[in-house]
Design a protein. Structure first.
Length: 758
C-alpha cells in the first residue's frame, strides 16, 4: 500500500508525502500537483496506522475541501471517510456548535452573511445618529471584519484609534461595539466571529485546547499564504503540542491582503518552527513551457518571494500573445471572434475558454459581445442562488424558526407577504425592544405598551401565532417539510401565484428549486438538523457553484480564478491604471500584490494565453487614453503583438497606438519587425526604464503643486485619504482622493483645504 501511494509521484512530491513527523512547509507552485500531494500524504499517514479522526485538514473553499475528501476516500475508502477535511469556517462553526455550552455561547446561533452584516450596521448607524453617506456600510463592515481577522475587540480598536488621534477610527470602534452587542443579543455570529471565537475559546479554556490538541495530532493547512492572523493563531494553537503541522502554499499566489491575509505567515514559517523541513514543488503539470517562462518573467520582479521557478516536461505547443484593441468594445468583440474561431477550428468546447478581468464592471462589454456572437457564457461571482430575494425570504423564515431573537430575519419577513404591518409600526416596536433590551420578537408579548394602532397589534399577534406554529414543528418535521409549510401557510407562494407576472414566475421556480436543494441536503448530509442546513448555506462561496463541465465560456474576476485551469485564457484590461489598478501603482506592497494577481491569471492557462489591452477605455462615463500595463513589458513583450490567424484577417482591423503631443511613439529600428498579414509596421511598447527616462515627454513640467500621486492627505470632513489621480495645473489642479471611508472624491486643490500627512 505504501509503495503504491508514492509510485507515481515525482521526487519532491514523494519527499513531501514521506515527511510525516514534525513541521513541514511545502512551497507548491501553480499546477505542481498540490492537491495530489496533500491527499497522498493523508493516505500515507493512514497507511502507517494513524487514526483517521486524528487528522485535520483545512482549506479555503468548499469545492477544494470536497475534492480533497473524495480523493482521500478513493485512495483509502474506509479510513478516508473519517478524516476531517473542510474549510476553516466550517470547522470553526462545528467547534462552536459542539462546545457552545462550555464557552458561554448560544448553540442555536445563526451565521450572518455580508448582506445581513450591513443591515445590522445600518441599524447601528441609525442608533448612533451617524450619517450613512460618511460611513459606507460596506466599508464599515470590512473594517470590522479586518479587526476580527486581527483578533481585535472593539476596545482594542478604540484604544488604537485614540492613540493615533483617528476620529474616524474612534467612530468605527463605537459602531463595532454596538454591532457586536446586537449580534450577541440576537444569538448570531458573522464570518469573522467563527474563527475569532474559536481562537479565543482555545486560549481561554486550557482543558479545551488540550482536548483538541490530543484529538488532532496531525494538522494540514492548505493555501497557507492566504491565512490571516486569526487563522494563523488557530493553526499554531492546535499544533503547539505535537508540532505535526504541514502547511502548503505559494507566496507567488498571495493576492488577498485586502481580505486580511498576511504573507508573513508563510514567509516566516521557519521562524515559528525552526526545525521545519522545506520542500519546493516546481514541476508544473498544467501549462506549456512558454506560459511558465512568461509568467516567471513577471513575478520575478517582486522582492517579497521565495526563490523558485516552475518548469515542465509538457510539449511547447501553445501560444502567448498580446492583443491590442481600439476600445473596450473592440477588445470584447475580438475576444468573442477568437473564441468562436478556435472553438470551430480546434474543436475546443466553450468550457475550455475563460476571460479574466480586474474589476466586475468589465464584464458588461463581454456579455454584450458574447450575446451578439451567440456564445454561451457563465459569470462567476454575480448574484448567487441563495442571494436571490425570494430565497433569502424563505431562508429568513427558517432562521426565525430556528432562532426567534434574530432581529434581521424578523424585519425582513414581518411584512412579507404583506400583512398590513407598516414601517412605522416596525420602527416603534424595534425602538421599544432596544429600550427594554430585548429582541423584537420578545417585544410582541408587550405590544400593547408600544402605542400601535389596533390593526397593527392584531397583525403582529397573528404573525406571532404563525411563527409559533412553525416553531412547534421544528423538532417533529424535516427541514423540507418545514420549508414547504412556510411557503404555503405564510401566504408567500399564494401572493406570487396571484401576481402571475414575468417577474413572479421565475421566483416560483426558484422556490421550487430551493425545496429540491433542501431535499438533496437531507439525503447526503449526516447532520440533517435545521442548524446544520443554515450553517451549510451560510458558508457557500462564489466559486462553489462553478461547473466547468458545462459548455459555456467562463467570465470572472482574477481574484476568483485561483485553483482553476482552462486551455485558453484571456487576461483583459491590461492597462496602467486598471491593472495594476490605479492606487496600487504608487505603493510597493500593493504593486507586488497586483503582480502576483497577474501571475495567478497567467498560470491558469494550459495551452493558450492572451494578454489584452485597449488603447482607449470608457470607465464610469469618462474616456481615457491608456498606456499598456507594465506587466506586458515585464512579460517580455517589447512590441505590440496581435494574434492573427491566416483565415481570420478580415475579422481584425488593426488599430495603431494613437499618439498625442505628450506621448512618444516608440519606433526603434533596432527591434525586429513583426508582420501582421500584409502590414510591415509596428508600434513599440516602452519598457519601464524607457518610460522613466522619457518622462518629460508626457508629464507637464509646470506643475509646482505640493501634491503628488500617492500622498496621504487629510480633509476636514472626509478624513484621511490617498491621492490617486491628478489633472491640470495651477488654479485648475484637480485631485482624485480615495478616503479611508471607501469614498472617492474629485476635489479642486485650491479650495479643498487638504493637508498633506507626513
Amino acid at each position: 500500500m505504501k509503495e503504491i501511494l508514492t509510485k507515481n509521484l515525482n521526487p519532491h512530491q514523494k519527499e513531501a508525502v514521506l515527511c510525516t513527523e514534525g513541521p513541514l512547509i511545502i512551497f507548491a507552485g501553480a499546477g505542481t500537483g498540490k492537491t495530489r500531494v496533500i491527499t497522498h500524504r493523508i493516505a500515507y499517514l493512514l497507511s502507517l496506522g494513524v487514526a483517521p479522526w486524528s487528522i485535520l485538514a483545512v482549506t479555503f473553499t468548499n469545492k477544494a475541501a470536497s475534492q480533497m475528501k473524495q480523493r482521500v476516500i478513493d485512495l483509502v475508502p474506509d479510513a478516508g471517510e473519517n478524516v476531517w477535511i473542510s474549510t476553516f469556517h466550517a470547522f470553526c462553526a462545528y467547534f462552536l456548535r459542539i462546545e457552545a455550552t462550555k464557552i458561554g455561547l448560544n448553540p442555536n446561533f445563526l451565521i450572518y452573511d455580508f448582506g445581513e452584516q450591513k443591515n445590522v450596521i445600518k441599524d447601528c448607524l441609525k442608533e448612533l445618529n451617524l450619517d450613512e453617506k460618511k460611513f459606507k456600510l460596506s466599508s464599515v463592515a470590512d473594517k470590522i471584519s479586518r479587526a476580527k481577522d486581527d483578533l481585535k475587540s472593539p476596545s482594542d480598536m478604540a484604544a488604537q484609534a485614540e492613540e493615533d488621534s483617528d476620529l474616524f477610527g474612534i467612530a468605527i470602534a463605537k459602531i463595532y461595539q454596538l454591532y457586536q452587542k446586537k449580534l450577541e443579543s440576537s444569538g448570531s455570529l458573522d464570518f469573522g466571529d467563527l474563527i475569532m471565537r474559536t481562537v479565543i475559546s482555545l486560549e481561554q479554556y486550557p482543558a479545551l485546547l488540550e482536548h483538541y490538541q490530543e484529538k488532532y495530532k496531525h494538522i494540514m493547512i492548505d493555501e497557507y499564504q492566504d491565512t490571516n492572523h486569526a487563522q494563523y493563531m488557530f493553526a499554531k494553537l492546535l499544533a503547539s503540542k505535537n508540532k505535526n503541522i504541514c502547511v502548503v502554499g505559494d507566496d507567488d499566489q498571495f493576492v488577498y491582503s485586502w481580505r486580511g491575509a498576511d504573507i508573513a505567515n508563510i514567509l516566516d514559517f521557519e521562524k515559528d518552527y525552526p526545525n521545519a523541513k522545506t520542500v519546493k514543488l516546481e514541476q508544473n503539470y498544467r501549462s506549456t513551457p512558454k506560459i511558465l517562462e512568461t509568467a516567471h518573467k513577471v513575478v520575478r520582479h517582486n522582492d517579497e518571494r521565495v526563490n523558485k521557478q516552475l518548469w515542465t516536461q509538457n510539449p511547447d505547443d501553445g501560444t502567448v500573445s498580446v492583443l491590442n484593441a481600439a476600445t473596450e468594445n473592440d477588445e470584447a468583440a475580438k475576444v468573442a471572434e477568437l473564441i468562436s474561431l478556435k472553438s470551430m477550428t480546434d474543436g475546443h468546447n466553450l468550457s475550455n475558454f475563460a476571460v479574466f478581468y480586474r474589476t466586475n464592471a468589465q464584464s458588461r462589454t463581454f456579455e454584450d459581445a458574447f450575446r451578439r456572437a451567440g456564445l454561451a457564457y457563465v459569470i462567476v461571482g454575480t448574484l448567487k442562488f441563495y442571494d436571490r430575494a425570494e430565497i433569502k425570504d424563505i431562508i429568513a423564515y427558517l432562521k426565525l424558526i430556528h432562532n426567534p431573537n434574530d432581529n434581521i430575519s424578523f424585519k425582513r419577513i414581518i411584512n412579507v407577504p404583506k400583512r398590513g404591518i407598516g414601517k412605522t409600526s416596525v420602527e416603534a416596536l424595534e425602538k421599544f425592544a432596544i429600550i427594554k433590551n430585548i429582541s423584537i420578537w420578545q417585544a410582541i408579548d408587550s405590544v400593547q405598551e408600544v402605542g400601535l394602532t389596533k390593526g397593527a397589534i392584531t397583525s403582529l399577534k397573528s404573525f406571532a401565532i404563525v411563527i409559533k406554529d412553525f416553531i412547534d414543528l421544528k423538532n417533529n418535521a424535516s427541514i423540507k417539510e418545514m420549508a414547504e409549510k412556510v411557503i404555503l401557510h405564510s401566504g408567500y407562494l399564494k401572493e406570487l401565484e396571484v401576481e402571475n407576472s414575468h417577474e413572479s414566475r421565475p421566483k416560483i421556480e426558484n422556490i421550487q428549486e430551493l425545496i429540491s436543494a433542501i431535499d438533496d441536503f437531507e439525503k447526503r448530509s449526516p447532520d440533517k438538523s435545521l442548524a446544520g442546513y443554515l450553517t451549510q448555506i451560510a458558508l457557500i462561496s462564489d466559486i462553489d457553484s462553478l461547473d466547468e463541465s458545462k459548455g459555456k465560456v467562463t467570465l470572472m474576476t482574477l481574484h476568483l480564478a485561483k485553483g482553476l485551469e482552462f486551455k485558453n485564457v484571456f487576461l483583459c484590461g491590461l492597462e496602467e491604471g486598471l491593472f495594476p489598478i490605479r492606487e496600487s501603482a504608487f505603493n510597493p506592497e500593493e504593486l507586488e500584490e497586483e503582480r502576483r494577481l497577474m501571475y495567478v491569471g497567467m498560470t491558469r492557462a494550459i495551452k493558450n494565453l492572451y494578454l489584452c489591452w485597449a488603447t482607449e477605455r470608457t470607465v464610469y462615463g469618462k474616456t481615457k487614453w491608456n498606456m499598456p500595463s507594465r506587466f506586458i513589458a515585464e512579460a517580455g513583450f517589447r512590441e505590440e503583438v496581435i494574434e492573427r490567424q491566416r483565415n481570420f484577417n478580415q475579422g481584425f482591423n488593426r488599430t495603431k497606438w494613437k499618439t498625442s503631443p505628450n506621448r512618444k511613439l516608440y519606433n526603434n529600428s533596432s527591434k525586429a519587425k513583426i508582420s501582421y498579414g500584409n502590414e510591415n509596421s509596428y508600434d513599440y511598447i516602452p519598457t519601464n526604464d524607457e518610460l522613466t527616462k522619457n518622462e518629460h515627454l508626457y508629464t507637464p513640467t509646470s506643475d509646482s503643486s505640493p501634491y503628488k500621486i500617492g500622498d496621504i492627505v487629510s480633509h476636514p470632513i472626509f478624513g484621511k485619504g490617498k491621492i490617486i489621480e491628478k489633472n491640470g495645473i495651477g488654479n485648475d489642479l484637480k485631485l482624485v482622493v480615495l478616503f479611508e471611508t471607501g469614498q472617492w472624491k474629485k476635489l479642486l486643490a485650491r479650495v479643498a483645504n487638504l493637508n498633506i500627512v507626513p
